[in-house]
Design a protein around this ligand. Structure first.
Ligand code: XUL
Ligand code: CO
Length: 439
């Protein structure tokens, strides 16, 4: 019999803003309509298996701190994998989220060889399928872990060793097919080791070509098996590698263009990865939207004083409101959603702590969605922007972007000989104050 650690925790319910119960939703009301869509359908919330169930609370200075019946952080037997699965679904159901995400190795028993890997993954997939059926919890995305095992120390797709490239192909083939059988809605590739530590030992052109070919093979296989979900890259500038080839959304777009993949691959934007790259979270969403590659979001924050990926739960409504404005401006998700790629601090050792973090993060997100929707519905912000660019709608503006040549525009400017041209006020402070009225 599985030891169920969440048995005493009541399902989390919406109780409204006045509720004093810290294990209730004050803002996340799944069926509430916001701009013609339910909150549930706007946010498409997912819990990540790895941080909440596979990580044992260890860090580079210390051992795991979480005492769980499935013994996270240790070699996984089938029995432990089953225990973890039972507890994970107890958690998803009590939290009331529609989705989860996982890497192959998060859920399966430890494997040493490809045949063992295939057997263990299929074994957990079968049990997971039954859990999903019984609970109604779906898979937002699947992914293969191509960074933890020592074989991937020099990368998976970008390894200098073609045999390791083949191992990576094996793991991705297996997990893409598992994701499809589980009716997963998307497939993500995060390339923590697809980069380098020093150029002294690295042939960058060779590695980029390998990565381009690998991704094309994944897309070819997706079409071959008829997987309908999106394929996504998750940009991150560094950590664990010193430099990662998918450093931010703009860089990924250039890579996709180079290897003919702009119509096939989108991005999974992680808030903390955006800030590590020196961008704001909302900058990354707006860039992806402008370039037509917006797909998914990992909604975890960093710490302003730490230069690494702390994977904390979001807790600033003001910050997230700006991000949610960009999500709504982008038209929202298709098959994407918000995945909590976040973990509790290693001193938060109780089972209950896993609820406090997710409940808080979900409520902050829900409130940010309500704020952003009010701002969009109010209309003043977007009207200001529209007006700012209104000149491009005039005959002159249209011709300038259309049939006019550089010489014609230059001659026109010379003929006007006008020194008074200035843009109107950008009104930044006025707009910031406007936003704050909704936060
Ligand atoms: C690492 C990270 C990963 C990906 C999935 O920083 O975000 O957990 O989301 O591999
Ligand atoms: Co992530």
């Amino acid at each position: 019999m599985t030891d169920r650690i969440f048995a005493d925790i009541a399902p989390i319910r919406y109780e409204g803003p006045e509720s004093e119960n810290l294990l209730s939703y004050r803002w996340y009301d799944a069926d509430r309509q916001v701009m013609g869509k339910s909150m549930k359908d706007h946010l498409r919330l997912a819990v990540c298996y790895w941080h909440s169930f596979a990580w044992g609370g260890h860090d580079i200075f210390g051992a795991g701190t979480f005492v769980r019946p499935w013994q996270p952080g240790q070699a996984v037997t089938q029995e432990l994998a089953d225990n973890k699965l039972d507890n994970a679904f107890d958690f998803f159901e009590r939290l009331g989220v529609p989705y989860f995400c996982f890497h192959d190795v998060d859920a399966m028993a430890t494997a040493e060889t490809p045949s063992e890997h295939q057997r263990h993954l299929r074994a957990i997939e079968e049990k997971m399928a039954r859990k999903m059926e019984d609970s109604g919890v779906g898979l937002l995305w699947g992914t293969a872990n191509l960074f933890s095992h020592p074989r991937y120390a020099a990368g998976g797709a970008t390894s200098p060793d073609p045999e390791i490239f083949a191992w990576a192909a094996f793991q991705v083939r297996e997990m893409l097919e598992t994701t499809q059988r589980l009716k997963g809605e998307n497939y993500v590739l995060w390339g923590g080791r697809e980069g380098y530590d020093t150029l002294l030992n690295t042939d960058m052109k060779q590695e980029l070509d390998q990565l381009g070919r690998f991704l094309n093979m994944v897309v070819e296989h997706k079409h071959k098996i008829g997987f309908k979900g999106l394929i996504l890259i998750e940009p991150k500038p560094h950590e664990p590698s010193k430099h990662q080839y998918d450093r931010d959304t703009g860089t990924v777009y250039g890579f996709l263009e180079r290897y003919g993949l702009t119509e096939e691959v989108k991005v999974n934007i992680e808030a903390n990865h955006a800030t590590l790259a020196g961008n704001t979270f909302e900058h990354e969403i707006a860039t992806a939207s402008a370039l037509g590659i917006f797909g998914l979001i990992d909604i975890n924050r960093g710490d302003p004083q730490n230069g690494w990926d702390t994977d904390q739960f979001p807790n600033s409504v003001a910050e997230l409101t700006l991000a949610l404005i960009e999500v709504l401006r982008a038209g929202g998700f298709t098959s994407g959603g918000f995945n909590f790629d976040s973990k509790v601090r290693r001193q938060s050792v109780d089972a209950e702590d896993l609820f406090h973090d997710h409940v808080g993060g979900i409520d902050v997100l829900a409130r940010a969605l309500l704020n952003a929707a009010s701002i969009i519905e109010d209309g003043r912000l977007d009207a200001f922007v529209k007006d700012r660019y209104a000149g491009w709608e005039s005959d002159f503006g249209r011709a300038a972007l259309g049939e006019r040549t550089l010489v014609e525009l230059a001659d026109w400017a010379l003929e006007q000989d006008n020194s008074a041209s200035r843009p109107p006020s950008g009104r930044q402070e006025h707009l910031e104050n406007l936003i704050n009225r909704f936060v």
